[in-house]
Design a protein. Structure first.
Length: 682
């Protein structure tokens, strides 16, 4: 299976390939319509992406030729946008086609095809990667072929059999390194020429010409393409990872298998992590058949799901009990089983995606019976998104789930936390950053976005219960700075698939040129680029998942929309942002201090309607001495202190009317309040 939104309704659908090739559309609640059968037989591998630049995800297949084991074909099926497909471009592939990926290999903005394969039925194998350049309309040119790839790896160099004894068995691809060029993860099967059914695992970095530089990831024990390696964002950090099963058969029916995740460290560095293992001997023990990855509990750590079977050692037969299991990543890098279900038949595939659109990843499995019949089963994740995605500790205390210690984030920084009362129930939580209290948050969970300067910071969450007893969380040290490409590092990507414009603020009045910042999260695959549209016209493309642009605009009202286009060609639009260009301060993070002592809020504008989180900008002039800090108060509650004479903050607020006031506090502790600003959050 591959999950992708084929009809543009924001809900991931499913592509099935192999014995059956079909698309099933999701109604947005995790229920699927009858399958649309695709007229192709003998599919070995598949990839999803926009091959014709119409913003709709298409499908490319590797198809075996049953009459000639050394010949395959490549077939493209184009999507009309409603989830209906027709066959498009096709070509003959000289060799055994083992894997396929869609992406831009030469940075011309057009989707290309990368196909792995081999020729000859016995070693030495001619392993190859063939890159077919796309013309942007769904057709592809003569391939760039990289032949004679030696995939034996360091583990097998002492056998004296010569190079190319391992044949390429599968591939999956996206822009792993963040340079706008398609990269691949390649698996190889060394089964035929080594004592056990072992293999190798490689990272193939695209060089921009349709060729690849290969680096062995690990001396793994991969078999011959038992499980399709799949693209996942296992830790929800915006970088695509790979989930897979690796395994090794040995003598006397021994078996050693693992579910694993290749975690993308950025820049092309991939870290191999085992998430679950099963071992068997003489037919008894455990076998893993399928795996995927996602952050199921929204704690920022990679989790794993696997389909497996276990045969009890004392069993009178070798019939296994079939399971689906979830394995949560731990802060120390290990994995702990959190839940498993017993199922009737072998779980031959598993995929994770947010099928019911509640902000948390669900699970789809295929159960395959002994007679070859199959059924689809969906497991829905009841873990809601937002502040409640951070679980309260089991014992009394408080925990900050985000940000995570030692990591670097763009500003504003998203904070989530939860607490458990020491005595009585939790009255409120307090967020403290660098020794300053940022705000109070009623209840036992909190979620807020805080603007912070570049550099190192330390945050603590304090749980205050109904009896005024309090417990502090472990301090979390993190850094604020530029992360990722595309500029606009001061805008956080949304937690779920979509796009957001951080500046200008809706309803604000700004001066020209207008500063636009935005970010996006991919619905399927990673973000390929962002598009800024103003008044119905596209202003430009911005590679990566963040953007920053300064655009000259005429005075008057304007509407801007940010479009996220991901690596599979799917796109999602932000909410339209209506603002005014004219004279005066505010918006875009710029605000002039008043000429006489006092404070002023430049945004949001009085009487405006804005979206949450709300962008506040303000400035102050000291009554005596210099300005020590500014205080932002919303609905009678202090949100935070801001050193210096200017401030900017993103504050999540509920729908309805609100009133904000800015207080200037000078070096002599005198203070002056701004005129209250009333506005509405939609």
């Amino acid at each position: 299976m591959i999950a992708a939104d084929f009809n543009g309704d924001g809900a991931p659908d499913l592509l099935f390939f192999g014995a059956t090739n079909a698309v099933m559309l999701n109604n947005g609640q995790g229920d699927f319509e009858s399958p649309q059968i695709l007229s192709v037989v003998g599919v070995r591998a598949a990839a999803v992406g926009d091959v014709n630049a119409d913003g709709k995800p298409d499908i490319a297949f590797c198809v075996s030729n049953p009459a000639n084991q050394n010949q395959s074909s490549i077939a493209v099926f184009e999507n009309d946008g409603t989830g209906n497909f027709h066959q498009g471009w096709t070509t003959v592939f000289d060799g055994v086609c083992t894997g396929i990926a869609i992406g831009d290999t030469n940075k011309d903005g057009k989707a290309d095809l990368a196909v792995t394969g081999y020729t000859n039925s016995s070693a030495p194998f001619n392993n190859s990667i063939s890159t077919y350049p796309g013309d942007g309309t769904g057709n592809f040119g003569t391939p760039v072929v990289q032949n004679n790839l030696d995939l034996d790896g360091t583990l097998y160099q002492g056998y004296g059999l010569g190079p190319n004894q391992c044949n390429v068995s599968d591939t999956v691809g996206t822009d792993f390194s963040g340079d706008g060029i398609l990269d691949l993860v390649v698996t190889a099967d060394c089964n035929a020429y080594f004592p056990t059914t072992a293999g190798t695992l490689w990272f193939a970095k695209g060089d921009g010409t349709g060729r690849y530089a290969l680096t062995e990831i690990t001396q793994g024990q991969l078999g011959y393409d038992y499980n399709y390696p799949r693209l996942v964002d296992a830790n929800h950090d915006g970088k695509m990872d790979v989930a897979m099963v690796d395994y090794q058969w040995g003598p006397h029916g021994s078996f050693n298998g693992h579910s694993a995740v290749l975690l993308n460290q950025g820049g092309g560095a991939m870290k191999y992590v085992q998430t679950f293992d099963e071992n068997a001997y003489a037919g008894y023990g455990g076998y893993i058949y399928s795996a995927s990855g996602a952050d199921f509990n929204n704690d920022g750590l990679a989790d794993s799901v696997a389909g497996f079977a276990e045969v009890p050692v004392n069993s009178s037969s070798q019939t296994g009990i079939n399971y689906v299991g979830i394995f949560y990543g731990q802060p120390n890098g290990t994995y702990q089983e959190s839940q498993r279900w017993t199922v009737t038949d072998q779980v031959t595939d598993v995929v994770a995606a947010d099928f019911d659109k509640n902000g948390s990843p669900d699970i789809a499995i295929i159960e395959t019976a002994s007679d070859g019949s199959r059924r689809l089963v969906i497991y829905l994740n009841d873990q809601s998104s937002g502040g409640s995605s951070c679980k309260a500790p089991a014992s009394a205390g408080a925990v900050l789930c985000t940000p995570q210690g030692g990591k670097t984030y763009p500003s504003p920084v998203q904070f989530t936390g939860a607490g458990t009362g020491a005595s009585g129930s939790v009255n409120h939580l307090e967020l403290w950053i660098d020794g300053q209290k940022i705000g109070n948050y009623p209840g036992n969970t909190m979620s807020t976005s805080v603007t912070l300067p570049n550099g190192s910071h330390t945050a603590t969450l304090v749980e205050v219960d109904s009896k005024s007893n309090y417990i502090k969380s472990t301090p979390v040290s993190f850094s604020v700075g530029s992360t990722g490409g595309g500029g606009g590092g001061s805008c956080n990507a949304p937690s779920s698939a979509g796009a957001v414009l951080c500046t200008p603020s809706p309803g604000s009045t700004v001066t020209s040129p207008v500063q636009f910042t935005g970010a996006g999260t991919g619905a399927s695959g990673s973000v390929n680029h962002l598009e800024l549209w103003i008044d119905g016209s596209k202003v430009g493309n911005y590679p990566g998942n963040t953007m920053s642009a300064s655009v000259a605009l005429a005075n008057g009202s304007h509407t801007a929309t940010l479009v996220e286009v991901d690596s599979t060609g799917h796109y999602l639009k932000s909410s339209p942002d209506t603002f005014t260009v004219g004279s005066g301060g505010g918006g875009g993070g710029t605000c002039s201090a008043p000429s006489s002592p006092g404070a002023t809020l430049c945004s949001p504008a009085a009487g405006s309607t804005v979206s949450s989180p709300v962008q506040f900008t303000g400035a102050g002039t000291a009554a005596s001495g210099s300005v020590n800090h500014l205080e932002l108060w919303v609905d009678g509650n202090k949100i935070g202190n801001y050193p210096g004479s200017t401030m900017s903050a993103n504050v999540p607020l509920g729908s309805g009317g609100h009133t904000a006031t800015l207080v200037e506090v000078d070096s002599s502790s005198h203070y002056l309040k701004s005129t209250p600003v009333s506005f509405t959050v939609q």
